[in-house]
Design a protein around this ligand. Structure first.
Ligand SMILES: Cc1ncc(C[n+]2csc(CCOP(=O)(O)OP(=O)(O)O)c2C)c(N)n1
Ligand SMILES: [Mg+2]
Length: 791
């Protein structure tokens, strides 16, 4: 049954791609594409898993290019529609690569950027241990296995090895990586004997490695005439040669074996026992294409240790493209597809019939599919939300936003509430320097085993307790920002994967957001919910300077979909934002939006760009409107007079310089405004959304928050923007209502020095702000008046 269904899956996957490229009317002149050979190489493995081995609680990352195989299997199980298969890679159709957010058939882990989907399963297994050991899930149900069916070339991505080492430290369990070892990547055939290195890598981090090299037919042949010689020949055959012979077929195998094994006793009997087709089948009978061998390997796992299966396969197995080095994006021609159809007995017009061409009675197949364990997976039920208590701003008269962040978490750590029980923090070896110590002292560090703090046991004084154990609520990672974002990705879908509400909070140095950027993008694409603090940030970290200064991260915050980015200046703003963020990360599209035009009901992840620069805090009690403004992206720190000719807009740690410049500016230009921008990202998003609403004609009266904010300024007024980051973070503000902008910010970096040295050098100090104000005011007197160059 499974072999028959595997053939049906292969047909459907290939037909889905063929249909998209050759049958659906072409548009745009662009190829649609798809990867029939990559699908063929994983068809047996995925069929065995989904239709036999997987239990409902197991979770799978399917290698990106086998997406049509995944969709075909879901189609057979009645979990995917024909319409979506017909619309493969078209708008609204099944996705090119399995997608949690864009596909309709219950994808567990998105894949696409090779290596990330693999590694995320490791972090999912860590999160599973975390939620189980914290009693956040129904412990009667056994743990699921986190499975990655991965391409062999994914092992070239460093992030896989970063994850492996982290998994070893955390003693991860219930994790299977099934390597589709077709020895082909995109450009061609991979190095010989890679399997040896794979075995060693995985072995050295405590995994069980299962080699699935030969199928049953080949194993039987090894027992027969010339068997041992045949085995040695295959073992020694370079990948390139094996692939080329696979492409050429039976006659080529015969010739080659005759030459290479000339004089071997029993060779003639071996070759005479097979016609060309049967010899080809024998020589390509690798473990990963032999259902019995695959099932034996999977079913043979008796413990929860992590397992790596090296499943030998052939890229394009069963297709005329098999083995060809250029087959990665190769598509069968219509003629080849006709021959393929004949081989699969699929009548014209019945291409999409679920069971066409199978010689098993349909009732029997349906009954079988009904009993498939994976098919019993229940519809996901949303987790209930955790109430967020009011978060009081930390009271120190002078503090940085990083201080305030640590204090808010420290206070939560002391509290008994449900929110604190759900928070799990994580950091790649910078927990202390990003100020998580207060939280960790209260909540401990997570590990499967109890490991008390030896320094404390020996009465050595330290402000930090490092007690590890199953109740700990901080997951400490080694220095690998990719791992941080992949853990946030896995923990951020913990509610949907494991039915456990957890609220992940990660910290890292802001410049290293770029190091983990693809994983951050992955996490957002997969709709993970987390709060991440990038700190220290900007050139304001001053003496630490140099390469640790982040300049472009505010632009990342603006551009990254699924991530609401903020950069507060003061502790009270941060408290408002954290209270909001703890709720925002739990939203699921139900309920009402508090702010029109923003997609707030959907929720998302939150990025806080925080500074280590201590600022004297304003003595104030925030009113509701200001708090709303902080969340929407900005508020007037000093209101402009109606018709004001100029305003200064600032973000983050440059607040004192902006204030100082504003005070002096008021002497020249009474009524000037001072705008605190807490989120360029949210201000911009609101503006674009309002524009769209007006242009669609459905919301002619739509006004975004930023439009309302800027309205009091004179229509031809000037705006000076300033941020400890790239000036384009705020320069767009001039486009909202047409104000003339002089943007200040940091375009170059790498100097260390004091804050005042650096702010002066990069021209974001009060003097530079005033110069820019002067330029903006000159411009007002006539269009584009440039100051004359000094003689
Ligand atoms: C990060 C990243 N870089 C490059 C690509 C382009 N790419 C797609 S598949 C692939 C090679 C895949 O080879 P393998 O993992 O062995 O898959 P298979 O042979 O099963 O198709 C490459 C380079 C990608 N998807 N992601
Ligand atoms: Mg490959």
């Amino acid at each position: 049954m499974l072999e028959a269904l595997e053939q049906r899956v292969l047909w459907l996957a290939c037909w889905t791609i063929h249909n998209a490229n050759h049958i659906r009317p072409a548009v745009d002149g662009l190829k649609v594409g798809g990867h029939q050979s990559s699908c063929a190489s994983a068809a047996t493995l995925l069929t065995a898993l989904y239709l036999d081995v997987l239990q409902p609680q197991d979770r799978v990352a399917v290698k990106p290019h086998a997406s049509p195989v995944f969709h075909a299997i879901q189609y057979l199980l009645g979990r995917q529609s024909r319409e979506r298969l017909e619309a493969f890679r078209a708008f609204g159709g099944a996705q090119s690569y399995p997608s949690r957010t864009k596909d309709a058939d219950d994808v567990d882990f998105s894949t696409g950027s090779v290596g990330l989907g693999v590694a995320v399963t490791l972090f999912a297994s860590l999160v599973q241990d975390y939620v189980r050991l914290h009693g956040l899930v129904d412990s009667d149900a056994g743990p699921g296995r986190m499975v990655a069916v991965m391409g062999d070339a994914e092992l070239d991505e460093g992030n896989v090895f970063e994850a492996l080492l982290e998994g070893w430290k955390h003693d991860v369990r219930n994790l299977w990586w099934v390597i589709d070892y077709n020895r082909h990547s995109l450009d061609g055939v991979v190095n010989d004997h890679l399997f040896g290195r794979i075995r060693d890598f995985f072995g050295s981090v405590g995994w069980t490695v299962v080699n699935l090299k030969y199928g049953k037919r080949l194993e039987a042949a090894f027992e027969g005439p010339a068997g041992e010689a045949l085995r040695q020949w295959i073992d020694a055959c370079p990948n390139q040669h094996y692939s080329a012979l696979t492409f050429k077929g039976g006659a080529a195998w015969r010739e080659r074996l005759k030459t290479d094994l000339a004089g071997t006793s029993g060779l003639k009997a071996l070759l005479d026992g097979h016609d060309d087709a049967s010899l080809h089948r024998l020589m390509t009978n690798l473990g990963g294409h032999d259902m019995a061998s695959v099932l034996e390997a999977f079913r043979g796992v008796a413990d929860d240790r992590p397992h790596c299966f090296i499943a030998y396969t052939i890229k394009g197995h069963g297709l005329p493209l098999a083995g060809h080095k250029d087959n990665h994006a190769g598509l069968m021609t219509p003629e080849q597809m006709e021959a393929f159809r004949a081989g699969h007995n699929v009548p014209h017009g019945e291409e999409w019939e679920r069971f066409a061409g199978l010689d098993i009675d349909e009732g029997t197949i349906r009954a079988f599919l009904k009993r498939v364990p994976f098919a019993q997976r229940p519809e996901p039920t949303p987790c209930s939300r955790t109430e967020v208590p009011a978060i009081a701003p930390p009271g120190a008269a002078t503090q940085s936003t990083q201080d305030a962040f640590g204090r808010v978490l420290g206070d939560l750590g002391r509290s008994a509430g449900d929110l604190a029980a759900r928070i799990v923090t994580t950091s790649p070896d910078v927990a202390i320097s990003t100020n998580l110590a207060g939280w960790i002292n209260r909540r401990g560090v997570f590990h499967r085993e109890d490991r008390p703090d030896a320094f404390r046991e020996q009465s050595i004084a330290s402000p930090l307790k490092w007690d590890q154990g199953p109740a700990g609520q901080h997951i400490e990672l080694g220095i690998a920002e990719n791992n941080l974002f992949l853990l946030l990705a896995a923990a951020g879908i913990g509610d949907r994967l494991f039915g456990a509400r957890i609220i992940p909070v990660g910290t890292l140095y802001d410049p290293f957001v770029a190091r983990g950027l693809d994983a951050l993008n992955y996490a957002c694409y997969t709709d993970a919910r987390f709060i991440v603090a990038g700190t220290p940030s900007g050139i304001a970290l001053a003496p630490e300077g140099g390469a640790h200064q982040s300049v472009g991260t505010p632009l990342i915050g603006i551009a990254q979909d699924g991530l609401a980015a903020f950069e507060p200046a003061y502790a009270d703003e941060l408290a408002v934002l954290m209270e909001w963020a703890f709720d925002y990360v739990q939203r699921d599209g139900s309920g009402e939006s508090e702010i029109e035009w923003l997609r707030d009901v959907a929720g998302g992840a939150v990025y806080l760009r925080l500074s280590t620069r201590p600022l004297e805090q304003p003595r104030r009690q925030l009113d509701t409107e200001t708090m709303r403004g902080i969340v929407a992206g900005g508020y007037w720190m000093r209101e402009p007079a109606p018709g004001a000719e100029i305003a200064i807009a600032y973000t983050g740690a440059v607040a004192p310089e902006a204030m100082q410049a504003w005070e002096q500016l008021c002497v020249e230009s009474p009524g000037a405004g001072l705008l605190a921008v807490t989120s360029a990202d949210r201000l911009g998003a609101g503006w674009h959304a309002a524009e769209r609403a007006r242009q669609h004609g459905e919301g002619l009266g739509a006004r975004s928050h930023v439009e309302r904010l800027l309205e009091p300024l004179a229509a031809d007024g000037g705006l000076v923007t300033v941020v400890d980051g790239h000036p384009e973070t705020l320069s767009w503000l001039g486009s909202v209502l047409g104000h003339r902008v002089k943007p200040l910010g940091v375009e170059h970096f790498g100097q260390s020095g004091s804050v005042s040295d650096l702010f002066r050098h990069y021209r974001i100090d009060a003097e530079a702000i005033l110069d820019a104000c002067a330029a903006a005011l000159i411009g007002r007197r006539g269009r584009h008046v440039w100051p004359k160059a000094a003689e």
